[in-house]
Design a protein around this ligand. Structure first.
Ligand code: CP
Ligand code: NVA
Length: 301
């Protein structure tokens, strides 16, 4: 069988997402260490900072009986001009899977194309599939289901929203989005997701329209990694798109609030909401670990 990669949620079938969630639930309950990946190694290449992704993959690999290598891209020959493809071909001789966190999405596509081992997208400027898979696990735990719910995403048309759009396309979940006109998600992702599931995605005029009757209210930072130079411009564009107590009043009273973290308190979300009764953000962070383990087991044979 040919190897599988996880570059985008579009790479997965609905039944496979179901399977990953079931596997993660099972792994989360297991008290003893299961060693299905004994003797296996994951290389983790980071071009950007990380707390959750790095720690959850590293600890996850350890708990599955394997090892993870943290590689800062600045320390690799990549930073001195060795190509992604040559790097992929070399690393494939040493390890059983590679995770890459990168700026240009094409880097992870090229890496997957040239590597003979599975490649996992640990976040690119275009998407963040592992985040959304673990978020679906959190929703499933909190609501007992993740398919027949209404999701509201308020904020930037960024990598996290793109992966939500992909999930809406594959799973047919209802996703209301409110972004400033100037920061909509890329047309290509939007169009593909809408073509896969025409009834799923609604572009709302205001955050209030988006959160009305939502079961899940989601946001992410306004200034993603690598956008620090346009910070002031973005803060201006996002005025009115904050998740705060007043906005939350328009959602269902049992709606949960989610954020992939790290949060910029007082920008896209207030501390009152982030630390409030409806917030599940630290369960979300924990579930990165359980879902990474399910993903690793799924990809590394
Ligand atoms: N949510 C997430 O990917 O967090 P890190 O940037 O800390 O890995
Ligand atoms: N959109 C954010 C997500 C961080 C996990 C970023 O790319 O910085």
């Amino acid at each position: 069988m040919s190897k599988r990669d996880l570059i985008s949620i579009f790479d997965l079938r609905k039944a496979e997402i179901d399977g990953l969630i079931k596997e993660a639930v099972k792994l989360k309950k297991e008290k003893k260490r299961t060693p299905p990946l004994k003797g296996k190694t994951l290389a983790m290449i980071f071009e950007k900072s990380s707390t959750r992704t790095r720690i959850s993959f590293e600890v996850g690999m350890y708990q599955l009986g394997g090892t993870a290598l943290f590689l800062n891209s600045n320390d690799l020959q990549l930073s001195r001009g060795e190509t992604i493809r040559d790097t992929a071909r070399t690393i494939s001789r040493y390890v059983d899977a590679v995770m890459l966190r990168t700026f240009a999405h094409d880097n992870v596509v090229q890496l997957a194309d040239a590597a003979s081992v599975p490649v996992i997208n640990g976040l690119s400027d275009l998407s963040h599939p592992c985040q959304i898979l673990s978020d679906l696990l959190t929703v499933y735990e909190k609501k007992g289901d993740y398919k027949k719910l209404t999701y509201a995403y308020i904020g930037d048309g960024n990598n996290v929203l793109n992966s939500w759009l992909e999930a809406a396309g594959v799973l047919g979940i209802k996703l209301n989005i409110a972004t400033p006109e100037s920061h909509k998600p890329p047309q290509a992702v939007l169009k593909k997701a809408m073509a896969m599931s025409p009834e799923s995605i609604t572009l709302c005029h205001t955050p209030v329209d988006a959160v009305r009757n939502a079961d899940v209210v989601y946001t992410d930072v306004w200034v993603s990694m690598g956008q620090e130079n346009v910070r002031m411009e973005k803060l201006k564009a996002f005025a009115g798109f904050q998740i705060n107590g007043a906005l939350l009043q328009h959602a269902g009273s049992d709606a949960i609030v989610m954020h992939c973290l790290p949060a910029h308190r007082g920008e896209e979300i207030t501390s009152e909401v982030l630390d409030g009764r409806q917030s599940v953000v630290f369960d979300q962070a924990e579930n990165r670990l359980h879902m990474q383990k399910a993903i690793l087991k799924f990809l590394i044979k």
